[in-house]
Design a protein around this ligand. Structure first.
Ligand code: ADP
Ligand code: SF4
Length: 682
């Protein structure tokens, strides 16, 4: 039964002509499936509706070929052929008594129209975002009329597809109505430029057009970034953000407010906490009579209640918390708040957009797999045999495997060498800013404690003979090796195919996490390019001078995909860490590190007493090699192929799903378009 403290979260809220059954609102989020993989996209959205979200929205949907974000895959509503794919999503959402929302966008100068080849356009002549050698041309009055017409037609198509809420988009610095508001972009001298009232004109007209076209049936929402967090150069909450709200006040049926740009809106847990946007958006509700939704990686029902009671928001908006746990509302409603799989704020989900691949989530391995693999975030097929399983290693892979094998009803024995579970997430969550990553362990810990058929043995480092004995004594039919991986100390990685280090003052990330004393000054050689090099540099810099050397052209290069590139590089500078880019480390003699420019040129040296080598890892898989001919034994997670935490969780989950199930030729279904005229085209 629901805790009465949370009743307020389940009150219905009226939005224009429609009513949301509770206060849980899945705001727009990209997913790398969109118009290219509509079955996958709609199934994912339907699962959220099943999980209790009262409103489930699409990602941004491009309204016209002049707004073409290819190759990134968003939503698309260019013409009637896009209706069936979107209607499929609406049906999936309606099947669970939730409202379906669509966010319409014209991306103006922030898209290069790589696929459509249409010249981009915006309030002024300016180069497009990204480094495409392409400029957006200044829109004339006819262009403005066209954009309004396309938006109106898209709204009508959205209504035909069955959407309940049509969201006009002026957020993230990604949408034309926001570009018109931005002083730095809008230098027009006509009635669309100059005063704030003039710069808001396009947004006002789009809102009015949308109301006029579909307002009798659909609620018209506005997603607006009230602060760009760049001071007076941008929209500031205290100044023009407030001004826009005053000017539009009760024109939208719902205000969906956040901060821009995307990296600020979807800031990772390394850089901001739950509810961090409230300081910026909290003022909106006092200025409007219409309901307000806002986000802030809300996962705690107590925080949610407090946000509503303090009159800051009417809806708990969520993208990432709904990705990590599509059943978050249901769990609160059913008195199972302790079972919420809390988002860890790592932004692996965001990386799908940048890498143009279906969304993945560290906490929720079923995300994006709902249709193509038939994976449900809460349900799994019961066991198909009486087999019992010994899992060696309780890191993310072993824990996830144990949890879902346990859910299937198998007898599971989980042996862990250390005195605590968690493996790499236990260790890495102690690094600066990564505390929330411990939630990967915590959720599984809570769930496993409820399972009588899963036994966990701590301080149990198993060798081959131990495994053989246990398999006999327990007994166990299958052995799963989830023993993780170790960082190399020899420097082998992307830039160096052969060992470059053979010195006792070269350390690995494992050494740093083990608390080994490291004498400075230190060179951190980052040939991994994700978070580890940067975060270790940050940790070490608290005690000693640090230089980070990387063959990439920027520190922690891959974190561009998790929206962390700017905050990480800012933090490295703030901590006084010297960053040397486009240089490979080639030697270390105990006092000097030899570095070579990746573009050629003479060798240079950097003075250092120690090197921390962050290059690559090797699986800890000796158990498999020792026993593979004698037992049913398999490695999963990092012990099989070192990768992200998300990949380890997925690997453990997959083992549990596939045990005793028939092997498929292809492990998933392939998705494709649903556009009728295209399908019948020659
Ligand atoms: P993954 O990311 O694949 O889950 P981790 O490195 O996070 O891998 O976790 C591996 C876990 O396995 C660690 O907690 C480690 O202590 C444990 N482990 C490693 N070798 C053994 C062993 N021989 N017996 C039991 N546990 C082990
Ligand atoms: Fe949260 Fe990470 Fe999952 Fe994204 S990938 S929803 S940030 S846990």
């Amino acid at each position: 039964m629901r805790d009465p403290r949370y009743d307020i979260l389940f009150e219905p809220v009226r939005i224009g002509p429609v009513t949301a059954k509770n206060r849980f609102f899945q705001v727009p989020h990209c997913n790398g499936m969109g118009h290219e993989r509509p079955r996958s996209m709609s199934s994912m959205r339907g699962t959220k509706a099943e999980g209790g979200w009262a409103v489930v929205s699409t990602e941004e949907c491009e309204i016209h070929p002049t707004s073409d974000l290819s190759p990134e895959i968003e939503g698309r509503i260019w013409d009637d052929d896009d209706i069936p794919a979107l209607a499929r999503m609406v049906d999936a959402v309606h099947a669970h008594d939730a409202l379906a929302a669509i966010q319409l966008v014209h991306n103006g100068p922030t898209c290069a129209n790589r696929y459509s080849r249409e010249p981009p356009m915006g309030p002024r002549h300016e180069p497009v975002s990204m480094y495409d050698p392409v400029q957006a041309r200044e829109m004339d009055k006819e262009d403005i009329r066209n954009v309004r017409r396309w938006h109106r037609e898209a709204a009508v198509r959205a209504m035909q597809a069955g959407f309940d809420i049509v969201t006009c988009y002026a957020g993230h610095g990604l949408a034309l109505p926001m570009h018109f508001i931005q002083r730095r972009r809008n230098i027009r001298t006509d009635e669309y430029g100059g005063s704030l009232e003039n710069r808001v004109r396009l947004l006002r007209e789009i809102l009015e057009d949308t109301h006029d076209a579909v307002g009798h049936k659909c609620a018209v929402a506005l997603r607006f970034a009230v602060d760009e967090l760049i001071g007076p150069a941008g929209i500031m909450g205290a100044d023009e953000g407030r001004g826009v709200i005053e000017l539009l006040a009760d024109l939208p049926d719902l205000w969906d407010v956040n901060v821009a740009d995307w990296k600020n809106d979807s800031s990772t847990s390394r850089f901001s906490e739950e509810g961090s946007q409230l300081d910026h958006v909290g003022f909106v509700k006092s200025m409007v009579k219409k309901p307000v939704v806002g986000v802030g990686r809300f996962t705690s029902p107590d925080t949610m209640v407090s946000v509503i009671k303090r009159g800051l928001l009417d809806f708990i908006g969520a993208a990432r918390p709904s990705i990590a746990d599509p059943f978050l509302p249901k769990k609160i409603e059913e008195g199972r708040a302790d079972e919420i799989r809390e988002c860890i704020g790592c932004n692996i989900c965001v990386a799908g957009d940048f890498t143009v691949t279906p969304i993945r989530c560290t906490q929720n391995p079923t995300m994006g797999e709902e249709w193509r693999k038939g994976w449900h975030p809460e349900r799994i097929a019961p066991k198909k045999s009486e087999a019992s399983v010994l899992i060696v290693g309780a890191g993310p892979a072993g824990l996830e495997c144990a949890l879902w094998l346990g859910r299937r009803g198998y007898q599971v024995h989980l042996a862990e060498a250390e005195n605590a579970i968690g493996g790499r997430v236990a260790r890495e969550s102690r690094l600066p800013g990564l505390a929330e990553w411990g939630r990967v362990r915590d959720h599984r810990h809570v769930m496993l404690a409820k399972m009588p058929n899963v036994s966990t043995y701590l301080a149990s480092r198993l060798g081959p003979e131990d495994v053989l004995a246990l398999v006999k004594d327990l007994p166990a039919d299958h052995v799963v090796v989830a023993t993780g991986a170790k960082w190399r100390r020899d420097g082998v990685g992307r830039a160096n195919a052969f060992p470059i280090f053979d010195h006792s003052s070269v350390f690995s990330p494992d050494d740093v996490m083990d608390g080994v004393e490291i004498e400075g000054p230190v060179v951190v050689f980052d040939d991994d390019h994700y978070y580890m090099g940067g975060v270790l540099a940050e940790k070490l810099a608290a005690k000693t001078p640090v230089t980070l050397v990387t063959p990439a052209n920027v520190a922690s290069a891959w974190t561009a995909n998790t929206l962390e590139l700017a905050p990480i590089n800012r933090r490295l500078r703030e901590r006084g860490i010297r960053v040397v880019t486009s240089k490979n480390v080639v030697s270390f003699d105990g006092s000097k590190v030899g570095v070579s420019c990746v573009f050629g040129g003479p060798l240079e040296t950097i003075d250092a007493k120690s090197v921390v080598s962050v290059t690559s890892r090797l699986p800890t898989d000796s158990l498999v090699h020792a026993l593979r001919d004698r037992l049913s034994i398999r490695a999963i997670g990092d012990a099989f192929a070192p990768s992200t935490i998300a990949a380890a969780v997925y690997s453990g989950h997959r083992y549990a799903r596939e045990l005793d199930e028939p092997k498929l030729t292809l492990p998933f279904l392939r998705d494709g378009n649903l556009r009728p005229r295209l399908d019948s085209a020659p």
